[in-house]
Design a protein around this ligand. Structure first.
Ligand SMILES: C[S@@+](CC[C@H](N)C(=O)[O-])C[C@H]1O[C@@H](n2cnc3c(N)ncnc32)[C@H](O)[C@@H]1O
Length: 296
């Protein structure tokens, strides 16, 4: 079948594609195919492009029409002003998660000058610890960063992102905090001598929430959905933490991203597991509860 985009200029290609998909998406896809910034398309609107690039663009337009997220088609997503590699094994970083980054940065910059162990649980593309470390300048030296994920394929992407941003992160494969605890035990390290910060944006949607949201159907189910009204993994993480904090001398601060509907249930769960914990809820940019901070 003859391509509908056959022998067209850049502006004609965008025009035709805009009848099928969003114009901005069409521009971003063509810019991706041409390996040029979007501004190039505007400056070179009359330029004709090669058949292979037209064919590649056409394929991407078809995929975008089938609701495949733009980030999976280009392999990139911007988060906290930084560019991250993503693929279908990683969640696409969300602007809502940037609230957590700001909270953690505040915590680190205000804490005294002492070593901090920072662990990101369920790291996905690695966007959370990389954004934090990249933003910190002086204080970065204080941090020893670990990141865990149950998905080896996601960890591969996270490693690529850490290399791209030249951030030193030790990646550990396994269930929540377990691989880090095993590593500490294996290396015979005591864990009482540093401040501990934990971040987690774990799967927290219910199956019904997942089923009812068409925009997330192409993202990994295992990165989004959890049992027990979405709170099963957070409960398990809190129980794992309970085991390691006995006799712990320095502060432990935990940041968890939640669904706004979970505030009361998770607060009750935290108080049940850690009766003396201080709990703080931070809202996201649209004024909805998004990050739970637990000080132990
Ligand atoms: C909601 S995604 C978040 C990814 C990333 N932190 C972000 O904010 O974009 C959840 C991540 O948790 C991982 N995950 C799910 N269950 C896990 C478990 N039991 N232990 C460790 N990681 C898990 C998934 O593979 C996925 O990468």
């Amino acid at each position: 079948m003859q391509s509908v985009f056959h022998s067209s200029s850049i502006s004609q290609l965008i025009e035709k594609a805009s009848k099928k998909i969003d114009r901005l998406d069409a521009q971003l896809l063509l810019a991706h195919v041409l390996k040029q910034p979007r501004a190039f398309l505007i400056a070179h609107g009359d330029e004709k492009i090669g058949k292979i690039d037209i064919w590649k663009f056409e394929k991407l337009v078809q995929k975008r029409k089938r609701e495949i997220p733009l980030a999976y088609l280009t392999g990139h997503k911007e988060f906290f002003g930084l560019d991250f590699f993503v693929n279908t094994h990683t969640l696409i970083p969300r602007p809502d998660t940037e609230v957590m980054i700001e909270q953690v940065l505040e915590q680190i910059t205000q804490s005294p000058d002492r070593p901090i162990t920072y662990i990101d649980i369920g790291t996905g593309s690695g966007c959370i610890p990389i954004a934090i470390a990249q933003t910190l300048t002086d204080k970065r030296k204080q941090l020893k960063i670990f990141a865990t994920d149950i998905s080896r394929k996601a960890l591969r992407v996270a490693k690529k992102n850490a290399q791209k941003h030249t951030i030193d992160i030790t990646y550990l494969h396994g269930n929540l905090l377990e691989p880090w605890v095993h590593r500490q035990q294996y290396n015979n390290r005591t864990i009482e001598q540093f401040e501990l910060i934990i971040t987690a944006n774990l799967p927290y949607l219910t199956q019904t929430q997942f089923d009812e949201e068409p925009s997330i159907q192409h993202e990994p189910h295992a990165a989004l959905v959890a049992d027990n009204n979405g709170l099963a993994l957070y409960e398990e993480l809190l129980c794992q933490m309970k085991k390691i904090i006995t006799n712990y001398q320095l502060p432990i601060t935990v940041f968890l991203e939640i669904d706004p509907s979970q505030t009361a249930t998770i607060s009750k769960m935290i108080t049940h597991i850690f009766p003396k914990a201080t709990i703080h809820i931070q809202k996201d940019l649209s004024g909805k509860d998004r990050v739970v901070t637990i000080i132990l």
